[in-house]
Design a binder for this molecule. Structure first.
Ligand code: FE
Length: 209
């Protein structure tokens, strides 16, 4: 099966957030509006993500719609690190709406959602939710998944529903791959090298044979 055709499916870029004892969140690209009257949306989140656990428990979440102005560091933090380990909202400008954190800066706006159903999708859960509130924050161009890959040179984490392992030609060249985000560096790793996508140091890189 040629999975590369799946790269032609269009998506946006979003941060889904929720709150129990602490603020949690993760990046997703799989959001779809399902109905327009009494609007429903669906989002797909890996079962291993801490945000998934919190949404199942609290039955509420928010979606911040990322724009082309969104800093790639924010995507790295929310996409490649776990809310179990760090406070992703530390040094970030956010507001609590209905007691759920939403990003204030460089987003188009947010949607507040109430969970109505969960569909088991093997490695992931599809959350179907009712939109209970929305706010437009900035008149920016929303970031598409294609823009993230082609302009920001971003990668998909291995837990993303749309993750496809990259094939790299290692003939006549030294190639290093980031264990965390899959970023590919050609040539020897310079001193003090950190991954430009997820920010880990060179010890997290593995040489491709
Ligand atoms: Fe990385």
């Amino acid at each position: 099966m040629d999975k590369s055709i799946l790269n032609n499916i269009s998506y946006g870029m979003y941060i889904v957030t929720a709150k129990d004892e602490k603020n949690v969140g993760c990046v997703i690209n799989t959001l779809t509006q399902v109905t327009s009257d009494d609007p429903l949306i669906s989002v797909c989140i890996n079962k291993q993500n801490y945000t998934n656990t919190v949404i199942r428990k609290t039955k509420k979440f928010a979606v911040s719609i990322l724009s082309e102005k969104t800093n790639s560091n924010i995507i790295s933090t929310f996409g490649f690190k776990s809310s179990k380990d760090i406070d992703k909202f530390d040094s970030l400008s956010y507001s609590l709406v209905d007691n759920i954190p939403v990003l204030d800066e460089n987003t188009c706006g947010y949607i507040i959602c109430e969970l109505v159903d969960v569909v088991d999708a093997n490695t992931h859960d599809i959350f179907i939710a009712k939109i209970i509130d929305t706010k437009k924050l900035h008149d920016y161009t929303p970031m598409t998944y294609k823009y993230y890959h082609e302009v920001i040179k971003g990668k998909a984490p291995k837990t993303a529903p749309t993750y496809i392992e990259e094939t790299v030609d290692t003939k006549d060249k030294e190639v290093w791959v980031c264990n965390i985000c899959g970023y590919v560096h050609e040539g020897p790793l310079p001193d003090g090298f950190v991954c430009p996508i997820c920010g880990v140091d060179a010890s997290n890189f593995k040489k491709k044979e």
